[in-house]
Design a binder for this molecule. Structure first.
Ligand SMILES: O=C(O)c1cc(C(=O)O)c2c(n1)C(=O)C(=O)c1cc(C(=O)O)[nH]c1-2
Length: 251
């Protein structure tokens, strides 16, 4: 039976309540100050791969949209990450965080040290958005419903616990607090409007579950590789390498 929009929204929110990556032990470690400088760096390196892929995912989405109004509503997502003449953009802000934790930003931007499982998970998200229905693609982006809470917790936790944290290094997250709500309000309304049969609602809910798995898997990989007993896969970043001179190291 087709749920009402309100019932369906509650179903989507319940997926976040049960499966969003704010509950992952790596985030608890990070936000509570329990990460070593190298564990923070590993997170910055791997999460960069997600950041850098998001505008590619959004471009893949837009390439399939025939409705100009939908493309117009979507395109600010690309600008939010890639920047404009007036706005530095999320990718550049993330590299400021890389500087602040003492990493060589060119190394981070090269994506060379990224864990294989991070690549697999993030690439799967880009492919999902390219290949599935538009409804599933928009529904997958709705993890952002739950992101402002984790961004606020991250700003608070990092500021309280790490010397590298300040307004400049954390500007990525502060900006997302302003950017994400407009995206998610649009995406949620679009999904509630278009998921007008039980089958479509099931597909949209499954897309959101898939996306929570994409996020969770990245943290599983990070935890397995860099938290004791660490098991770093061949080719991935090795602690204490690709650092910049002592200006501001993570601590
Ligand atoms: O720090 C986080 O926990 C987090 C999570 C997510 C998310 O839920 O996918 C995004 C972001 N941050 C983020 O900064 C971001 O720009 C973003 C875009 C998207 C998306 O799927 O289009 N998710 C997220």
């Amino acid at each position: 039976m087709t749920a009402t929009p309100a019932e369906f929204e509650a179903r989507l929110r319940q997926i976040g309540a049960e499966r969003y990556h704010d509950k992952h032990p790596f985030h608890h470690l990070l936000h509570s100050g329990g990460c070593t400088p190298d564990q923070v760096r590993a997170w910055v390196i791997n999460r960069f791969y997600y950041q850098a892929s998001i505008p590619m995912k959004d471009a893949a989405f837009m390439s399939r949209v025939e409705d100009p109004a939908l493309r117009r509503a979507w395109r600010s997502r690309i600008e939010d990450h890639d920047g404009t003449d007036a706005n530095e953009g999320g990718i550049a802000r993330w590299l400021r965080l890389a500087d602040a934790v003492g990493l060589d930003r060119d190394y981070v931007a090269s994506k060379r040290g990224v864990l294989p499982a991070t690549r697999f998970a993030v690439d799967a998200y880009v492919r999902f958005v390219r290949d599935k229905t538009l409804l599933e693609a928009v529904a997958a982006s709705l993890t952002e419903l739950f992101a402002p809470k984790i961004h606020a917790a991250r700003i608070e936790g990092l500021l309280a616990n790490y010397d590298f944290a300040d307004d400049s290094s954390l500007s990525y997250f502060r900006n997302r607090l302003n950017e994400a709500p407009k995206d998610v309000a649009f995406g949620l309304a679009w999904v509630l409007d278009h998921a007008d049969t039980a089958e479509k609602q099931d597909a949209a809910a499954a897309a959101l579950v898939f996306k929570t798995d994409v996020l969770w898997s990245q943290l599983d990989a990070l935890h397995a590789a860099y938290v004791t007993p660490a098991r770093i896969p061949p080719g991935a970043w090795q602690p204490d390498t690709h650092l910049i001179a002592a200006r501001s190291r993570a601590s």
